[in-house]
Ligand binder design. Sequence first.
Ligand SMILES: *[C@@H]1O[C@H](CO)[C@@H](O)[C@H](O)[C@H]1NC(C)=O
Ligand SMILES: *[C@@H]1O[C@H](CO)[C@@H](O)[C@H](O)[C@H]1NC(C)=O
Ligand SMILES: *[C@@H]1O[C@H](CO)[C@@H](O)[C@H](O)[C@H]1NC(C)=O
Ligand SMILES: *[C@@H]1O[C@H](CO)[C@@H](O)[C@H](O)[C@H]1NC(C)=O
Ligand SMILES: *[C@@H]1O[C@H](CO)[C@@H](O)[C@H](O)[C@H]1NC(C)=O
Length: 412
Amino acid sequence: MFKSILTLTSLALLATSTYSRSVWNTLDGNPSKLAGHRGEKAFMPEHSLGSYHMAALMAVDYIEPDLVLSKDGVLMVVHNEWLGDTTNVANLTQFADRKKQYTFKGKYSAINRTEWFVWDFTYAELKTINRVQDTGYPYRPQYFNKDFSVLSFTEYLDHVEGLIKTLDRPFGVIPELKSPEVFNALFPSANGRGYEDRLLDIMTKRNYTLNQPPPLSPVMQSGDLLDNILNIKPKNYAKPNYKLAALQSFDPETCEYLGKKTKIPIVSLDQNKPWMYTPKGLDKIASYSKILSPGKDLLLAGPALYFEYNKISYNKTEIESMGGFLQPKDLVREAHKRQIEVSPYTLPDSRQPSGLLCTRYNDTRFEYCPKNRKEEMFYFFDLGCDYIFVENIFEAQVLRLAFDNKIDSEDC
Ligand SMILES: *[C@@H]1O[C@H](CO)[C@@H](O)[C@H](O)[C@H]1NC(C)=O
Ligand SMILES: *[C@@H]1O[C@H](CO)[C@@H](O)[C@H](O)[C@H]1NC(C)=O
Ligand SMILES: *[C@@H]1O[C@H](CO)[C@@H](O)[C@H](O)[C@H]1NC(C)=O
Ligand SMILES: *[C@@H]1O[C@H](CO)[C@@H](O)[C@H](O)[C@H]1NC(C)=O
Ligand SMILES: *[C@@H]1O[C@H](CO)[C@@H](O)[C@H](O)[C@H]1NC(C)=O
């Protein structure tokens, strides 16, 4: 049942936690948590009520919305700053003249395209635009394309809070602020952080800032993973006295600003900042963030190969002076040492190519290359990833249970 050689840490965890039979390599020893990427977009149009509802019925742990601002300053849930690829806007003749060229180049954000940009539409106009399923994936159902409009963030929160009540289980809300530089430029404010403040205002008004727990507080309050998925509560179950949430951004200055303003955990997303993958980089992240969320290749190929293939240059002397690049296993271990949880993105449906570098390039320097979704998920579970952004939550749940059983039987 338990690991035959128990380390001091896992002993301590076992003493304080009765949440899972098996001890995972995560920071708290619980199974990795699943975050539904844009809801459940393998089945429903992304960021629609249907997508969130389905994610909840599949017993996901966190439900992800992406945030942007409408013309009248309402936080809306849209992944890109534009609408052409995930809505029916191109078919709406009344909006034909809103298609525009827009160029922005900041430190962390860059846009250069002709599109229907979300900030050219009011909230009321956005409510007349429908969500549609991406046509790039022939197996995804297209039946729901007339059913759901674009949502505001408060509509998302109403829906998720309703599902928490109806289903009597605590789903986490994990909004991402998209391109803060762009929105703070388009919507100027006295402190230059009006975009971040709009989010904090809503989170505060809705009590997400009350009683936020210290790190290491378990999400899984169940006797074991299967019971947790089925919402079978243990005898000693205590309803959390706080609302489960985390705030994400790719902009490290936004993360730092948010981290100093709120106790809600901050997720540092990244795909292009070499300094983050060094011991000193992790020290800095730990001062404002509780979760590091790297693109998954950073945790598979390792930082050096990843930046080489993505043609991201860096100052080698500077990286060395920060302690040098950490290879995946060390990166997760060093993050955990600093109480930072790790959350790679994004593991797609098994019908899709994984998109991993090692599957796209023939290079013997890739030490391991998962051949299918099972191997990919097992790799990240084994590494001790605390959260994983997933699509097709059904498959992810099956694989998580299978992995839990595997370590359970190995530990006998
Ligand atoms: C746009 O209209 C065409 C023609 O009616 C239709 O085939 C297509 O599915 C529509 N696209 C969207 C995104 O609604
Ligand atoms: C934007 O894209 C256009 C067309 O691809 C290109 O000609 C132009 O140089 C780009 N502008 C910037 C600032 O990158
Ligand atoms: C927030 O918490 C306070 C104090 O417990 C309570 O009075 C208020 O109704 C709560 N507001 C919401 C929106 O839940
Ligand atoms: C690289 O980093 C080192 C150490 O921080 C610094 O002394 C040096 O000037 C940098 N080189 C360049 C080309 O920026
Ligand atoms: C990959 O590279 C190796 C060594 O260079 C070569 O022998 C092999 O044929 C290559 N495989 C593919 C699929 O290109």
